[in-house]
Design a protein around this ligand. Structure first.
Ligand code: TMP
Length: 210
């Protein structure tokens, strides 16, 4: 496969969706073939699964059910969109991917990281991102930003949950420093975009893509 998979990760309201979109628009403007997708979702079946996952009425969902639903949405997105796009040599910008599962279902829900890794490998046919942009903000700022909106099922989790998610992200970044690059997210949208853009261009140049 010749394409490149770039993922965006971080806790709630860290700004990753905005940044993923800005990067996508920038690359597109430069004439670089790329697509923008998000998880869970990005396919008809994936969007149905997303509704179930984020529905705050689903208070009885077990951590394992949650895990398998995220993996199901991912498997669908991979088959329908990501693998074909990689084969066409495109750059795929994905708003959340496997690290979200490790951080939320592993860190947040306390499911075993190694177990998640194993079944996620099966769900993804072992596909790993080439580069991961982790936007890090303190949980207090994330909570402040969430307060202003209607909360979904995961956003409703307490501060301790979100702290574990953040800590797990930072642990994952430490474990894979070559792939996961941390960006301090508490700054202007434009400044953060420029930082991310610089890193991505450097990465794509090294890879011989541009
Ligand atoms: P979003 O808010 O970035 O659209 O993501 C939806 C929610 O799903 C968010 O709270 C993070 C959560 N999530 C997981 O818990 N595990 C996963 O594997 C993914 C992809 C997302």
């Amino acid at each position: 496969m010749t394409g490149i998979l770039i993922t965006f990760e971080g806790i709630e309201k860290c700004g990753k969706t905005t940044q993923a979109k800005l990067l996508y628009e920038y690359l597109k403007e430069k004439g670089i073939p790329c697509i923008l997708v998000h998880e869970p979702g990005g396919t008809k079946i994936g969007e149905e699964i997303r509704k179930i996952l984020l529905d705050k009425e689903n208070t009885k969902m077990t951590p394992k059910t949650e895990l398998f639903l995220y993996l199901a949405a991912r498997a669908q997105l991979l088959t329908e969109v990501i693998f074909p796009s990689l084969q066409e040599g495109k750059i795929i910008i994905c708003d959340r991917f496997s690290d979200s599962t490790l951080a939320y279902q592993g860190g947040g829900r306390n499911l075993e990281l190694e177990k998640i890794n194993q079944i996620n490998k099966y769900a993804t046919d072992k596909l790993k991102p080439n580069l991961t942009i982790l936007i890090d903000i303190p949980v207090s700022i994330s909570q402040e930003r969430i307060k202003k909106e209607k909360k979904d099922r995961l956003e409703k989790e307490n501060e301790e949950f979100h702290k574990r998610v953040r800590d797990t992200y930072l642990f994952l970044a430490k474990r894979a420093p070559k792939r996961i690059k941390i960006f301090e997210g508490n700054k202007s949208i434009e400044d953060l975009h420029l930082e991310i853009r610089t890193k991505v261009i450097q990465f794509l140049t090294q890879k011989g893509v541009i």
